[in-house]
Design a protein around this ligand. Structure first.
Ligand code: NAG
Ligand code: NAG
Length: 413
């Protein structure tokens, strides 16, 4: 069974203004500035949106496990680590989808037409609204394969079911796709003929989505764009780098931007090329290790650090003034806004400190001294893996080494 593709979009980062900073040769890499779009109003986080983001992140991961099994014929080793429990009625409204996002621009077809897309390290497929999509796609720019001399119809549909029973359907094509001046001649993409409400323009400011994980979790069984750029010889260094921050964020394609980090990378080998999945060593709070070595999925499309209820409770036990706050969503915790307890995650022997500013998502209401915490529990998780989202990724420069099947961490400059 499929899980919600809307869930994929729920917590996807967006990139803005994919304008190349330089016109350096692809072999030296191309930088794209990215900007965070918050889910807060006057600095107050929208807890219902955060909550639906947690559920959707887990469901997205679950959907990828299903695709993995379909594509490879074997069950994903972590697929038994999600318990099947009833949906939280009311806590997962698909229309209430405005989590932290980053967005950017790609161009598709001949002549090239530009579109905005999410860049998500937690999925692998590219899709846009089709010119055949009716009102469900209104407000988004549509891709018209008939207007592109390089479009090829694969005569293959895609159909993804949503958690609420609605579906997104469409047709697969290959076409020329460019990002920041790097051009893939033949990239598989979906032209959606129907978008669910989770993709409506109010909920999804970008036109579509671009996954940056591996082919084994692709719903199309096709290479993601970066892998196509590699196989077509457009990028020679098979790495992309991300800096996620309140300002100065950047995606770098074809290497890493050495101006944005200091020292060497610490590398974690991926346990499997599906998600960006590797094991961290421990999570420590105030010098005490509270979570031992566990598999993690590094997901730019998830806002928080998401773990199982027991592991998450162990983190908050060590934080003075922290409280379970189910009134803001199942699995949510609050912390005093003045919180400054040291929290760190050890990855491959490197200690990444989670800054208090990144761990606090903002006050529960205007002028409140109680803040929403950057880690939350999902009751379907058994503790066999965690999702390390933006709250972790903002604290370290990351190198996503597709060719080397590893993820690297370096200290932000
Ligand atoms: C492209 O043109 C063909 C023939 O007119 C038509 O059947 C098809 O629906 C068009 N496709 C799109 C995506 O508009
Ligand atoms: C928050 O504080 C500001 C500045 O003191 C004040 O103007 C505003 O009315 C307060 N808002 C609420 C909801 O109490």
């Amino acid at each position: 069974m499929y899980f919600s593709l809307a869930l994929i979009l729920a917590s996807l980062p967006f990139l803005t203004a994919a304008v190349p900073l330089s016109e350096s040769p692809a072999s030296r890499g191309i930088a794209i500035p990215i900007t965070k779009r918050g889910n807060s109003f006057n600095g107050v986080p929208d807890t219902s949106k955060l909550q639906s983001g947690i559920r959707r992140s887990v469901s997205k991961i679950q959907r990828g496990f299903t695709a993995y099994e379909r594509n490879t014929g074997v069950a994903h080793p972590l697929s038994r680590s999600i318990k099947h429990v009833g949906r939280d009625s009311g806590s997962d409204p698909l229309t209430d989808d405005n989590a932290l996002r980053w967005y950017g621009t790609i161009s598709v077809g001949t002549p090239a037409v530009s579109f905005t897309v999410d860049f998500d390290t937690g999925s692998s497929d590219l899709f846009l609204p089709s010119s055949k999509c009716g009102s469900s796609c209104s407000g988004h720019k549509a891709y018209d394969p008939n207007a592109s001399s390089t479009a090829h119809d694969l005569y293959t549909t895609f159909s993804l079911a949503y958690g609420d029973g609605s579906t997104a359907t469409g047709e697969q094509f290959t076409d020329v796709v460019s990002i920041a001046g790097l051009t893939a001649k033949s990239q598989t993409l979906g032209a959606a003929t129907q978008y669910s409400s989770g993709f409506s323009i109010d909920n999804l400011p970008a036109d579509g989505l671009m996954g940056m994980a591996f082919q084994s979790i692709s719903g199309y069984k096709a290479p993601p764009l970066f892998q196509t750029l590699i196989s077509e010889g457009v990028v020679t260094t098979q790495v992309f780098g991300f800096k996620f921050a309140t300002s100065g964020s950047e995606l770098f394609l074809g290497g890493t931007n050495s101006a944005l980090y200091t020292g060497d990378f610490t590398w974690l080998s991926l346990t499997l090329e599906g998600y960006w999945q590797a094991s961290f060593d421990s999570i420590s709070v105030d010098g005490t290790s509270v979570v031992e070595s566990t598999a993690a999925i590094f997901d730019s499309g998830t806002t928080q650090i998401v773990g199982d209820p027991v592991g998450i409770a162990n983190i908050f036990k060590q934080i003075s003034g922290a409280r379970a706050a189910p009134q803001y969503g199942d699995g949510t915790y609050t912390i005093p806004c003045s919180f400054d307890t040291p929290i760190s995650i050890d990855v491959g022997g490197k200690t990444v400190s989670i800054s208090p500013a990144s761990f606090s998502l903002g006050p529960v209401s205007q002028n409140s001294s109680t803040c929403i915490a950057g880690a939350a529990a999902d009751k379907t998780l058994t503790g066999d893996f965690w999702i390390l989202g933006d709250v972790f990724l903002q604290n370290v420069y990351t190198a996503w080494d597709v060719g080397g099947s590893r993820i690297g961490f370096a200290t932000l400059a």
